[in-house]
Design a protein around this ligand. Structure first.
Ligand code: SF4
Length: 204
């Protein structure tokens, strides 16, 4: 028996829902009514891609040949990015856990709760009781704001994210402590395949 209360209900509500299919199932001969140029959101390379839309649903993708970063290529991870648009596990609004179950909340309510917990923790354990962990798909500007929020807003020394190499050095805390986390997409490829993804064939 599971030790997590209401596990079945939680799984049903939030997943993981495995083997989810795009709207209308897997089809090769779709009638696309809209093409939306955008970027892959999965890592900081931000490769250009077009989302293929049918009746208001994202049903496919194609790499952008006009985009100088990827020139018509996407890595094995990026080719699945479009599937998250309508995935049932996607979190689209704040949730607050009450009586063992997550309930939908307004943004104002969720942010007030988070801010009050930040204040409570820092009063009790000091400024460095909070660490800020960001993401490698952020742009340079967002990363800068994240660093400012950590150092000026929260006043903590601890800020990090899962990017690799130079980007990570750019945001990591100034205390010269080790980064909180060294994992990165590149690291994942090296661990799994023994190679950096740059050495692997791209999907065209
Ligand atoms: S390298 Fe892969 S994961 Fe990163 S943006 Fe390009 S397609 Fe997406």
């Amino acid at each position: 028996m599971s030790k997590v209360e209401n596990l079945d209900k939680i799984l049903d509500q939030f997943g993981p829902h495995l083997h989810d299919e795009p709207y209308g199932g897997w089809q090769a001969d779709r009638v696309i009514d809209k093409v939306v140029p955008t970027h892959c959101p999965y890592c900081a390379v931000q490769c250009g891609m077009n989302l293929l839309v049918e009746k208001g649903h994202v049903v496919g993708f194609e790499p952008r040949y006009d985009f100088p970063v990827n020139e018509g290529k996407l890595c094995p991870k990026g080719v699945t990015a479009y599937l998250q648009a309508h995935h049932p596990d996607r979190l689209e609004y704040p949730l607050i856990k009450r009586n063992g179950m997550f309930e939908r909340a307004s943004w104002a309510e969720a942010l007030d709760l988070v801010a009050s917990k930040f204040v409570e923790l820092q009063k009790k354990y000091g400024r460095d009781s909070l660490a800020l962990y960001s993401g490698s798909s952020l742009t340079t500007e967002k990363t800068y704001v994240m660093g400012k929020f950590a150092r000026v807003g929260l006043g903590t020394r601890y800020v990090d994210y899962n990017g690799g190499g130079g980007q990570q050095q750019g945001i990591r805390c100034r205390s010269r402590r080790k980064p909180l986390e060294r994992h990165s997409a590149r690291r994942g490829f090296v661990d799994r395949w023994g190679k950096c993804r740059g050495d692997l064939p791209d999907t065209q």
